[in-house]
Design a protein around this ligand. Structure first.
Ligand code: H79
Length: 424
């Protein structure tokens, strides 16, 4: 799939993006699945719609936070499973325009992120708990799954699919160029042509030929001749796939691991299970070392602010990225095996050694003897010397290796010390 490779060119360079889950569920503040988990009826969920007044919504602050973190693109929930639309859709009243927010929040998001030079993506939920024609019967994810009268109501699913198509058309027509369409998600027999996915993707591509689409409309992106709707990139959720993603011919499939900062996507007031900046940096490095991206989530609160702890983590990751971004952007897997002390990323003849584990003594680079033209500590550009330790010739397995001595007992950067190696 050459087209897929071309379309994802910028995406595979960018490597790091911001996912934003924001909607009415920020008010109950128990995660974006609250309506389903607590089996809330439309009526029980309704007060949040009447109350939605994000007086601290400032997408420019979000965009600055993303930029400062070193993220190069963003994806925002235009509609999540609860069906609430942050955009001014012609086809529903269940939208931000009709809440006390009184305006199209997507428009401001697009403008703000564009102005910061970031690429812009739209998340759109295929699942819809609010639409009258979305099926609940036998559906393990629907809030009304146990309400027999509700489940047995007569629905016309095609009307929902028309609605889905019409809204996607609005999203890619009314906001200028959009870089990513991120659908979520197919399950059981609700997949592929159930969404009239070929027609939908053809519509999207006719209006936005360069847009890239995730793989959650269905199909199998790993086939050598995937369906039209199988997507441009694979989207592992809450995991960095151990071996990356390759297709049935062993060729790389572009991919992006979406990862939360704590344990929820939408704002959760009592979820303090935050990852450390070090974990985030190392997970990002791991993604890149396996030819993937990381889409790191924030869940702004009901007033529109990114939680303070998330902001702190992002800015700390950004500090690292500012000095070490060269080892992330445009980089991918190295053909060298994973080293004992950390990971490699590579971009042409620049090999980046991400040293996670100092050990004692010099750092060992298997297979690189005589091949290192230059070694620098990436963070400050300082020279590092390749040297052979005393009696190294007697150690098994070291004939083809090179050694670099780092001064000091501790690593210069506890999150990840990067050595930039120019190799032959
Ligand atoms: O938008 C985010 C999630 O809301 C959505 N995709 C990301 C990007 C998503 N998360 N998990 N899933 C989809 C898979 C479904 C998990 C479930 Fe459950 C298990 C649904 C019901 C049982 C997790 C646990 C959610 C509710 C309880």
């Amino acid at each position: 799939m050459n087209k897929r490779w071309e379309r994802t060119d910028w995406f595979r360079e960018a490597r790091f993006g911001m996912f934003i889950h924001w909607g009415l569920y920020a008010i109950p503040a128990r995660g974006e699945w609250v309506r389903s988990v607590e089996k809330l009826s439309n009526e029980a969920y309704e007060p949040y719609f009447r109350e939605f007044r994000p007086d601290r919504y400032d997408p420019r602050a979000w965009a600055r936070a993303a930029k400062a973190a070193g993220q190069q693109y963003a994806v925002l929930t235009t509609k999540h499973h609860d069906g609430f639309c942050l955009f001014d859709s012609e086809f529903t009243d269940y939208k931000a325009t009709n809440t006390p927010a009184q305006r199209d929040l997507i428009k401001e998001y697009v403008e703000a992120f564009r102005d910061e030079g970031l690429k812009v993506g739209f998340y759109y939920s295929l699942i819809d708990w609010h639409h009258d024609d979305y099926p609940a019967y036998g559906d393990r994810i629907h809030p009304m799954r146990d309400n027999e009268a509700y489940a047995n109501r007569s629905i016309q699913f095609e009307r929902y699919v028309d609605y889905l198509h019409a809204q996607v058309k609005e999203l890619i027509t009314n906001y200028g160029k959009i870089d990513i369409m991120w659908f979520d998600f197919s399950y059981d027999d609700m997949t592929g042509e159930k969404w009239r996915a070929t027609e939908l993707v053809n519509l999207i591509r006719s209006l936005q030929p360069d847009i890239i689409i995730d793989n959650r409309l269905g199909g199998d992106i790993k086939k050598s001749e995937p369906e039209v709707y199988a997507g441009d990139f694979y989207s592992p959720e809450q995991i960095v796939p151990p071996g990356g993603i390759v297709d049935e011919n062993g060729l790389h499939v572009p991919w992006e691991a979406c990862i939360t900062l704590n344990d929820n996507w939408g704002y959760h007031a009592k979820d303090y299970a935050y990852k450390s900046p070090k974990q985030v940096v190392r997970a990002l490095v791991e993604c890149v070392s396996k030819n993937g991206n990381m889409l790191l989530n924030v869940g702004p609160d009901a007033r529109g602010e990114i939680p303070a702890e998330s902001t702190r983590i992002l800015s700390s990751v950004g500090e690292w990225m500012r000095r070490n971004g060269e080892s992330i952007y445009g980089c991918g897997a190295s053909s060298l095996p994973k080293p004992e002390w950390g990971r490699y990323t590579q971009n042409g003849n620049m090999l980046y050694a991400h040293v996670f584990d100092r050990g004692i003594g010099p750092i060992y680079f298997q297979g690189l003897k005589g091949k290192i033209k230059k070694a620098r500590l990436l963070a400050d550009g300082s020279e590092l010397k390749v040297s052979t330790p005393w009696m190294a010739e007697h150690y098994s397995d070291t004939e083809s290796g090179a050694f670099i001595h780092l001064t000091g007992a501790e690593l210069p950067d506890d999150m990840d010390t990067v050595i930039a190696l120019e190799i032959e």
